[in-house]
Design a protein around this ligand. Structure first.
Ligand code: GDP
Length: 457
């Protein structure tokens, strides 16, 4: 392993629980001196003499003063998260007390950990590969069942296994080519060109499949932005309320989104639907100036991944509808047509196309079906099963490079280029695969990846 990376030898400490008042707060120490540091402030027992995976009750004492009564958990190397000696101190959850215990740890020889440094050490110790480490951050950020499931699958090595299989096939291919190079004087072809092409095509197919899963990955990771548009009085704010009634999601900060335009988030079947410009919906039902409404909705639907076009079925003809939605069709905007107020006698009589869903926002009729259609519209044919889904832009870009180099191999085979050139392209694709799992890394890249973690993880 790479011991040259900065800070490898020192012992780090950080608060692993969120800042603020809680029942307990956990401080985590990791490094070759973690037990020495803990012993210096926890005089109750000599932790060096205690077995790994044990917990101990006692007090934290520094410079003659008792700071807290704590529980200490001991994980001796290599059986710990980081692979180093790890001591976790559960203090009382006062930020003041936690800070004093943290200060005592630092006075006793630990230094404050950088964001993600515990996980970075776990990676450097070979406990996790890079995709697994990144999945740890994803799991911490997970806000829905789908995000949780994907992250857990990847922590357990789901993505790594798929990549390892790709890698193995590529190595097999390159072994065949290199064998040929060894015998190049004799002008033999060990590797049948048709077989080689088939093998590369197969690997390309798998790479393409992974690349395609990124669309779903994005949905899982970032959610889907939805705009409800339609004429004034169509029932948009009524629909908004009906949707929000049951499914309002528990969310904190969603990475990569601007909070000021997003006010409401739904969690439907584990997917986050962010309803954009809900303030606009609410205000212009009171102040219904159509021109303003149309301008606003034009803007909205460009920002939206999915548009719900709502119309009042009691005063809309199929021709009106066609006209109103012509532009959505033309611009290829993903949308659902929703006819409202079918509870009224004049509503629901008209025949709209099969693609049009009829609801009554006021009574809740059809809302469940609408939810299902919203999910179906973003999942298309994909399912949130055990399949590996690429959720990370870094992985996506590296896979694009793999794809490009494999395509170069294919055209090389077609053009009958010499084996040593083919071998170069193959090595290039292996390089990019290695970047994903972290077999190929540089310090800057690692620092960048781990800096996005929170402190203490
Ligand atoms: P917006 O301007 O598109 O936001 O429309 P609103 O949600 O303010 O609704 C306009 C009017 O239609 C209100 O009086 C609602 O009570 C009524 N409305 C909305 N949905 C329904 C429905 O499903 N059935 C009936 N009968 N009236 C509805």
């Amino acid at each position: 392993m790479n011991n040259k990376l900065s800070g490898w030898d020192d012992t780090i400490v950080a608060l692993a629980t969120p800042p603020g008042v809680g029942a307990i707060g956990v401080l985590r120490l990791s490094g070759s001196k973690a037990i020495d540091v803990a012993n210096a402030i926890f005089p109750s027992k000599n932790l060096h003499l205690q077995p790994s995976h044990t917990i101990h009750v006692g007090s934290i004492k520094w410079e003659g003063e008792v700071l807290d009564e704590v529980v200490v958990s001991l994980f001796k190397n290599p059986r710990s998260y980081t692979g180093e000696d790890v001591v976790e101190i559960s203090c009382h959850g006062s930020p003041f007390v936690q800070q004093r215990v943290l200060d005592a740890c630092m006075a006793a020889g630990a230094r404050l950990a950088k964001p993600g440094e515990f996980t970075q050490r776990a990676f450097l110790a070979g406990k996790l590969d890079l995709t697994q480490a990144e999945a740890v951050a994803d799991l911490i950020a997970a806000q829905t069942g789908a995000a949780q499931k994907t992250a857990l699958h990847n922590i357990r090595g789901g993505f790594s296994t798929v990549l390892a299989a790709l890698r193995e096939q590529l190595i097999r291919f390159s072994a065949l080519i290199e064998l040929e190079l060894d015998f190049s004087q004799e002008d033999v072809e060990f590797a049948d060109r048709t077989d080689l092409k088939n093998l590369v095509r197969q690997i390309l197919d798998q790479t393409n499949e992974l690349l395609q899963s990124f669309r779903l990955g994005n949905v899982i990771r970032n959610g889907v932005s939805v705009a409800i548009i339609g004429k004034p009085n169509a029932g948009k704010s009524t629909l908004l309320n009906a949707l929000l009634n049951e499914e309002r999601a528990i969310v904190s900060d969603i990475p990569g989104t601007t909070r000021d335009t997003i006010e409401e988030v739904l969690n439907i079947d584990g997917i986050l639907f962010r309803l954009i410009d809900t303030a606009g919906i609410r205000s212009h039902s009171a102040d219904a100036i159509e021109a303003v409404g149309i301008k606003r909705s034009l803007q909205k639907r460009r920002e939206a991944d999915l548009v719900l076009y709502l119309f009042d079925a009691t005063d809309t003809t199929p021709d009106n509808l066609l006209e109103a939605t012509h532009e959505l069709e033309r611009e290829g905007i993903r949308h659902l047509l929703v006819g409202n107020k079918v509870d009224q006698e004049t509503g629901g009589n008209l025949k709209f196309g099969q693609n049009t869903l009829m609801i009554a926002a006021k009574t809740g009729m059809g809302i469940d079906t609408l939810r299902q259609r919203m999910v179906a519209a973003v999942l298309e044919n994909a399912s949130l099963g055990e399949n590996v889904v690429v959720t990370n832009a870094r992985h996506f870009h590296a896979l694009q490079q793999v794809q490009q180099s494999l395509q170069d191999v294919l055209s090389g085979l077609d053009a009958n280029i010499p084996g040593d050139l083919l071998a170069l392209d193959i090595r290039r694709s292996l390089h990019y695969l290695g970047e994903i799992t972290g077999e190929v890394t540089n310090e800057d890249q690692l620092d960048f990846i781990f800096s996005k973690f929170c402190i203490g993880k």
